[in-house]
Design a protein around this ligand. Structure first.
Ligand code: FMN
Length: 474
């Protein structure tokens, strides 16, 4: 993360704030203004935070430029293209192709995490864990307390031993007790459900930005987020074993909390001003007991705030949207593009485009989305034809408003919804809606002849292009 901070500084993407600031609400108000500035504002390093010796890094991912820089590409699409070539499903034909395919597999395997013996994250070992040392933010006025908002939470599947790394906020209760807000659909929560009631956990705070991003990526259970990070970096992630639990953490992390999460010790967590733009109310979550704590010398505390969009997490989500598009297309090949618009806070709305080939194709796509990983939680799915740019919301709205007959083109269903969906009648269960905003075909219900869309002919457009100066219209 230090190299990353230097890179941000060199690129003019970081502002250092030396004035003393309060982790209770004040940093949020500053960061909220910065994140909502046009283009996302700069990353900010607060070097003088009241009550702690640690500097605070915030908004490290909060612009198109920085999320791309963080993942080592010029554009997020470059990464999607790399993934696309990796997962090309054509069976190799001749010998040359076979050798190339083998090379790809070998390349992927070479990105697995490596275990090292010594690590900077263990430079300072605290004989007594003490969360009070950290400048943990209390973000919003009605929050139930201070929350660690950018943690990388490592745990293992008790049945298979597979590692998971998720980003789940952690509410501090006292020096060595906190709460783990892994939601019901997340892998960490499954580990606890399948355990005998306790799961060993290690939490890393502040790391290589690729590793931090990977924690937020919705990989299927059993696939190691550290391998994804290794693939993106082009270099495997070094991990080190914790001292009090059998879990590994990234060797260069700034701060490490070791401990266990206890299913039999549930306590009221929240409220928390969430990424939905609303407070998530108090609910019971398991306790995280900290048994060990280590840091780098001069550790830096990385955090974020969530709230009404746009916030920094928008860019992390957009990275996932781009990176996972080729993977989604493996299961749903007719899906051309997807957009989770800012206002939909990811789970509330997704726009997808379809290369339509048969009646009902758009509805098939809705059902595919509702059956796919965390996308299944999407509350509203809008399907447009593949000549519509899903990123252009004005164009999408034009199709949705003009092409939908609700009696024929709207599909309502029920199922799991996001744990943060406050409009659903039940916790994590509710209804979802799909709108087929494609041109309708015969065979898709009662369809009158579909009108052509208005567009000028090419010859006249060329003519007007050529003569434009003559008209004196500027
Ligand atoms: C800044 C940020 C905070 C997040 N906080 C939480 C959280 O508190 N609880 C949760 O279940 N998911 C949270 N998420 C979403 C998860 O990190 C994401 O769904 C991830 O894929 C979960 O990992 P898993 O699939 O391994 O469970 C957060 C994401 C971001 C970017």
């Amino acid at each position: 993360m230090r190299e990353w901070i230097d890179a941000l500084r060199r690129a003019g993407e970081l502002v250092e704030v030396r004035a003393e600031v309060e982790p209770h609400l004040e940093i949020t108000e500053i960061a909220d203004r910065v994140m909502k500035a046009p283009g996302g504002g700069p990353a900010v390093l607060f070097t003088n935070v009241r009550g702690s010796r640690l500097p605070v890094l915030i908004n490290q991912f909060g612009s198109w430029r920085r999320i791309a820089m963080a993942l080592g590409v010029d554009r997020l699409e470059d990464l999607a293209e790399r993934i696309e070539t990796l997962i090309e499903l054509q069976p190799p034909q001749g010998l040359v192709e076979k050798v190339r395919a083998l090379g790809k597999l070998r390349e992927l395997a070479s990105f697995s995490a490596r275990t090292v013996k010594e690590a900077p994250c263990q430079e300072v070992w605290l004989t007594e864990p003490d969360l009070d040392l950290l400048p943990i933010l209390t973000c919003w006025p009605d929050d139930g307390g201070p929350f660690i908002t950018l943690p990388l939470v490592f745990s293992h599947d008790p049945r298979t031993g597979a590692r998971n790394c998720g980003m789940y906020r952690i509410q501090k209760l006292d020096r060595r007790t906190a709460m783990m807000h892994w939601q019901i659909h997340k892998d960490g929560a499954s580990h606890l459900r399948d355990s005998q009631g306790r799961v060993e956990v290690a939490v890393a705070i502040g790391s290589d930005p690729v590793v931090t991003y990977a924690a937020s990526a919705p990989l299927p259970p059993g696939i190691d987020e550290m391998m994804l990070a290794g693939f993106i970096r082009g270099k495997s992630v070094d991990m080190v074993r914790c001292r009090t639990v059998d879990v590994e953490v990234p060797a260069t992390a700034e701060i490490v909390l070791e401990g266990y999460v206890d299913a039999h010790d549930l306590r009221p967590e929240g409220p928390f001003g969430d990424h939905t733009g609303f407070y998530t109310p108090i609910d019971d979550y398991p306790t995280f007991h900290v048994t060990g704590m280590s840091m780098r010398r001069d550790a830096i505390y990385a955090t974020t705030i969530v709230g009404k969009p746009p916030m920094e997490d928008f860019y992390l989500g957009k990275a996932t949207e781009r990176i996972f598009l080729p993977l989604v297309r493996m299961s749903v090949p007719d899906l051309v593009d997807m957009n989770m618009p800012l206002e939909g806070v990811f789970h509330n709305c997704i726009v997808v485009s379809v290369r339509k080939r048969y009646p009902g194709h758009a509805k098939k796509l809705m059902n595919a989305i509702w059956g796919l990983g965390l996308l299944s939680l999407s509350r509203c799915v809008i399907v447009v034809d593949d000549d519509v740019d899903v990123q252009n919301l004005s164009d999408v709205a034009f199709r949705a408003f003009s092409n939908v007959d609700v009696g024929r083109d709207m599909l309502v269903t029920e199922g799991p919804v996001d744990a943060l969906d406050h409009a659903a009648p039940y916790f994590a269960y509710g209804s979802k809606v799909g709108f087929d905003a494609t041109r309708k075909w015969p065979g898709e219900g009662v369809v009158r002849p579909w009108p052509g869309e208005i567009a000028m002919s090419d010859d006249i457009r060329d003519l007007v292009d050529r003569r434009w100066q003559e008209y004196g219209l500027g």
